[in-house]
Design a protein around this ligand. Structure first.
Ligand SMILES: C[S@@+](CC[C@H](N)C(=O)[O-])C[C@H]1O[C@@H](n2cnc3c(N)ncnc32)[C@H](O)[C@@H]1O
Length: 369
């Protein structure tokens, strides 16, 4: 039984009541499934943003593979709100089954993440199995097309409906054998500040350092020396590892909602011989961290393909709640995002500390909680 998206109670994480938790690509996938006549067997859902497809397709007991802790949180809320069963969560590519009858992939923005995911799926389709790549036409680039051609012999773009497309991929170049699945070496390594960094496909600022992070590093001499600190939204660990370079005895707690980021931070820490604590988590929620003397943050300004400051604002609020009374929250952002105004909602003192023309770092103290 396929659920009707319009009849389901679906939310986004972070909550955005004005925005839908599904789009025309999800509707097109469900419409195509009504007519689909493929082999029986397990279904895999990949990058299902807020779990809308998993909720609609709960009766097929799908596997669910998503990089994002926020997406997993939305999934759990949505299946529960609709009394649907939760799918089996794939935490690493090693959890994938060997023979999927159908893999439905929402095309991610990152081409390297897309390539890595397709490389894993191509070797794990049953005989006659299909992979569908769904997305809004404007988000399916020539780059996505080239990646699809690299892993599949036959590509049927189908008709666009409501500006969405569901591309059917068949004849994988790698036939049903996970052992033979091509795992392209897509990891990048570079130096930023005083440390070497490893980035897995899809990690933020995968191939080169973020200019905002570099502007922030230029101010690191001004950071207080503390016995423990949090890097909130750590990416590949560039901020935490540079702090540890100056303060090697501090205990580092790194948090990111992206699994590819936490995997990258783990690899970067090992590369620099550092011991760190890493959490795959939506911000600080549920981690029980309190009385923190220092939090560093280069916050996100988009969620998937949507530009938003909502996540940054919720991280500011969480940081204020977890900081010690005398603690410091250091945050960097693009000048035009005007974080100063929002930060003063949560901190009594917000002091700009950098002169970079594009980015500004703030030292925030005296949390208002
Ligand atoms: C602008 S990047 C900064 C990454 C790294 N700290 C740097 O400076 O290059 C923001 C990071 O925050 C992560 N992120 C986004 N939302 C998050 C959330 N709710 N909780 C934790 N991390 C989050 C993203 O995955 C991304 O790695």
């Amino acid at each position: 039984m396929i659920g009707d998206l319009t009849q389901l109670t679906l939310c986004r994480v972070p909550p955005a009541p004005a925005l839908q938790a599904y789009n025309a690509a999800d509707e097109l996938v469900l419409q195509r499934l009504q007519e689909h006549d493929g082999p029986a067997g397990p279904v895999l859902l990949v990058n299902d943003g807020f779990g809308a497809l998993a909720t609609a397709l709960a009766s097929t007991n799908p596997d669910w593979w998503n990089d994002s802790a926020m997406a997993a949180e939305a999934l759990m809320r949505n299946v529960s709100a609709n009394q649907a069963s939760a799918p089996r969560l794939i935490e690493s590519s090693g959890d994938l089954k060997a023979h999927y009858a159908l893999a439905i992939v929402h095309a991610p923005k990152s081409l390297s993440l897309f390539e890595w995911q397709l490389s894993q799926i191509a070797g794990r389709l049953a005989e006659g199995g299909q992979c569908w790549v769904a997305g809004m036409v404007k988000h399916l680039s020539r780059g996505h097309q080239k990646v699809m051609q690299r892993y599949f012999g036959q590509i049927n773009p189908g008709l666009a409906v409501k500006k969405a497309r569901c591309v059917t991929l068949t004849n994988p170049h790698i036939q049903s054998s996970p052992e033979l699945a091509h795992d392209p070496d897509l990891a990048h390594e570079y130096v930023a500040g005083q440390v070497s960094l490893m980035s897995q496909p899809g990690c933020f600022s995968e191939a080169r350092p973020d200019p905002g992070a570099l502007a922030f590093l230029a101010e690191f001499d001004q950071l207080p020396s503390v016995d423990r600190f949090v890097d909130l939204g750590c990416g590949n660990g560039v901020l935490a590892l540079n702090y540890l370079h100056r303060h090697p005895h501090s205990q580092a707690i790194l948090i990111d909602e992206s699994r590819q980021a936490t995997a990258s931070a783990t690899a970067s820490a090992a590369l620099n011989g550092r011991q760190v604590h890493i959490h795959h988590n939506n911000g600080l929620s549920g981690l029980g961290l309190t009385d923190l003397p220092l939090i560093l943050c280069n916050p996100p300004f988009h969620q998937s393909t949507t530009l938003t400051t909502d996540i940054a604002h919720s991280l500011f609020e969480q940081a204020a709640g977890a900081l010690a009374e005398s603690g410091e929250f250091w945050v960097v952002g693009n000048r035009h995002l005007n974080y100063h105004k929002t930060l003063t909602r949560w901190f009594s003192q917000v002091t700009p500390v950098s002169q970079h023309p594009k980015f500004v770092a703030f030292r925030c103290t005296a949390p208002r909680v």
